[in-house]
Design a protein around this ligand. Structure first.
Ligand code: SAM
Length: 250
């Protein structure tokens, strides 16, 4: 199944440029996903292709007008659903939201600009609002690309090698273990011995312990969300601590 992603935007070229590059571009070539761009200015009928106006009640900046957005939606009855607006006030985008979107046949992203989108659009035709986090971008295009990339990576075939996305941060509610590559020693810094041992069970235990320790230290909220450590996880962590204190023969 090809995931259909529609994007309503004032800057279709910005989306197209990144979406045709690297992981996203290769995944589109393999028909993992398909991008449908809609320029909101195409739905205007004045010579200046106006899409914004001053806010009722006063205040700085401009607001995206409702009519070009309504018209774009009406002119494209096949837009993928749900229709999701990128807004700082939306629910926070997470791995779980990405995984849920990757399981759909498609979705549409509405990118805001200026001071945002006329509320009447959000109240009537938008199904969901998603935020990248507690900060403010100049527009929804970067946010849309982040959502698309996170989702496409999780689609079957999105990375070419599906194992790549299984073992990553958040996949099982934990941060990822540390990664190392060659050479085995760089500027006096050695790779942990276990990773060169060829003992796959020991490597898996070490990685699990590292992921648990790192998540406990950096994101205890993620551990709490999983209901704390299981007895097995506590044992793996304790084992690693003893090894670190006493060495492999201790
Ligand atoms: N006045 C708005 C507010 O205070 O919430 C901010 C508008 S922002 C300058 C313009 C557009 O950028 C938004 O409509 C939205 O599409 C996008 N945007 C900004 N920050 C975002 C975030 N954290 N997550 C998702 N989209 C964001």
């Amino acid at each position: 199944m090809t995931l259909r992603v529609d994007v309503l935007t004032l800057f279709p070229d910005a989306i197209a440029q990144y979406a045709t590059t690297s992981v996203l571009g290769r995944a589109a070539e393999r028909d993992v996903w398909g991008l449908h761009l809609h320029d909101l200015r195409d739905a205007t009928d004045d010579p200046h292709r106006t899409v914004d106006d001053t806010p009722f009640g006063g205040g700085a900046g401009m607001v995206m007008m409702a009519e070009p957005i309504f018209r774009t939606i009406e002119a494209n009855p096949d837009l993928a659903r749900p229709l999701i607006a990128l807004t700082p006030s939306g629910r926070t985008f997470t791995h779980d939201v990405a995984a849920a979107l990757a399981a759909l046949e498609g979705f549409t992203l509405l990118c805001g600009r200026y001071e945002g989108i006329d509320q009447r659009v959000l109240d009537t035709v938008v199904d969901d609002e998603v935020s990248l986090g507690d900060f403010v971008l100049a527009g929804g295009e970067l946010a849309a690309l982040c959502v698309i990339e996170a989702v496409v990576r999780l689609c079957p075939g999105g990375l070419g090698n599906d194992a790549s996305s299984v073992d990553e941060s958040f996949g099982d509610g934990l941060l990822e273990y540390p990664q190392y590559t060659k050479p085995a020693e760089v500027r006096g810094l050695a790779v942990p011995e276990v990773l060169r041992s060829g003992d796959h069970a020991a490597i898996a235990r070490w990685r699990r312990a590292q992921a648990l320790a790192r998540t406990l230290a950096r994101r205890p909220d993620l551990i709490a969300r999983r209901g704390g450590l299981s007895a097995e996880e506590a044992r793996i962590l304790a084992e690693m601590t003893i090894l670190e204190e006493n060495g492999p023969n201790g």
